[in-house]
Design a protein around this ligand. Structure first.
Ligand code: GLY
Length: 373
């Protein structure tokens, strides 16, 4: 007997249910159910997924889309895509040449999820491996665990045959760390009253053009759906620039930096990881998709939750609104997608690749103005 998949069951079952319950006037119209034929394959990612090529001809989303539509496993395709960004020293927020921590050491976080098999893997505070997404995938494929951290993650990577390097800094990332160290920033170690004015060295570096907002929490999230509806995702980062050594952000944490359900959609994030972790917002947005919201509405509802839960004065601007950026990339099971952000600037974009090619498209904002207003 042919085994019916859950997706086929949902589609068939929903169609039968609708037919039984539909008023007469509804007959003759196409039933409001999705079928495998209605899936539009697509790959979405943060903007760096269509900016960096690591000396090759394709960007992350282009490579991933080409491989997915050629029939390769969706997660393998996405990981091969983000490898371009991890390996490209020009992206100063991911993998090799990523922003080092406060001690000048590049520590990397990553996770991945494979929708069809409901499996996932992650690594955090991993040193010495340029492509943490591959190690996250090895955790998923080769262990019974989800998350390995620090020296244990590195030992695992070595045992899996990954090359371990002493230092993932490039000259550029090291120079930037020295610049930061020179202006030493106490903002990670908060004053006990937590509202004590802090000297924002990052603001100085941003104003001087030595750091971009993207690089500060820089990350790549990349999600894709194949023509037959298989959904996967991957997120990889060097995390917050100049972080306290050992700090782990949202990127490797399921439900925060990434979450997906093959029957619902995929959600990933870049931006202030702590705000996302407090709300497990990728999981939340996935649940909003499950309730039938569009990717844009679900994403904006997730951002609204973050806004509502941001009450500490140090995290609010003069208008009483969050003074940080956080962005979600949302994809549903028909291949509809959205990129939503707490604030957008003139150049706030995310990457999309469809059969029409790759492009950077504007993010949708939750709030007007800028984080700093
Ligand atoms: N979203 C990246 C981080 O906070 O580490």
């Amino acid at each position: 007997m042919a085994r019916i998949t859950r997706r086929e069951f949902v589609v068939t079952g929903t169609a039968a249910g609708l037919a039984a319950a539909a008023p007469r006037a509804a007959f003759g119209r196409a039933p409001a159910v999705r079928t495998r034929q209605s899936v539009r394959p697509v790959v979405i990612s943060s903007a760096n997924g269509n900016r960096f090529r690591n000396g090759g001809s394709e960007t992350c989303v282009e490579l991933a889309f080409r491989r997915i539509t050629a029939g390769d496993d969706v997660l393998n395709s996405l990981v091969a895509g983000v490898n371009i960004v991890e390996l490209d020293p020009e992206d100063a927020s991911v993998g090799y040449g990523g922003r080092p921590n406060a001690d000048g050491v590049v520590q990397l976080d990553a996770c991945c999820m494979h929708g069809p098999t409901r499996r996932a893997g992650g690594v955090a505070a991993l040193e010495g491996v340029r492509t943490p997404s591959n190690v996250a995938q090895a955790v998923m494929d080769q262990t019974d665990h989800h998350l390995l951290v620090g020296p244990g993650a590195q030992i695992f990577a070595r045992n899996m045959g990954f090359e371990i390097e002493d230092d993932l800094n490039t000259d550029r990332s090291r120079r930037m760390w020295l610049e930061w160290k020179r202006r030493i920033d106490p903002s990670h170690y908060l004053h006990p009253d937590r509202e004590h004015a802090r000297r924002d060295v990052d603001a100085e570096l941003l104003a001087a053009g030595l750091l971009t907002e993207d690089e500060r929490y820089g990350t790549i999230n990349c999600d894709g759906i194949s023509p037959d509806g298989q959904i996967c995702g991957v997120t990889t980062t060097s995390g917050l620039a100049w972080k306290i050594p050992g700090r782990v952000g949202d990127s490797p944490i399921l439900g925060a930096g990434l979450y997906l359900d093959n029957e619902v959609g995929a959600v990933g994030s870049t931006g202030r990881g702590e705000a996302n972790l407090y709300n497990l917002t990728s999981f939340l947005i996935t649940e909003f998709l499950r309730q039938g919201m569009t990717p844009k509405d679900a994403g904006l509802a997730g951002l609204r939750r973050i806004q509502e839960n941001t009450v500490e004065r140090r995290l609010l601007n003069r208008r009483g609104l969050p003074n940080f950026g956080v962005t979600f990339y949302v994809l549903n099971t028909t291949g509809d997608y959205a990129g939503v952000s707490m604030y957008v600037g003139q150049n706030s974009r995310y990457a999309v690749c469809t059969e029409n090619g790759a492009e950077l498209v504007p993010l949708e904002p939750l709030l007007d103005g800028a984080a700093s207003d």
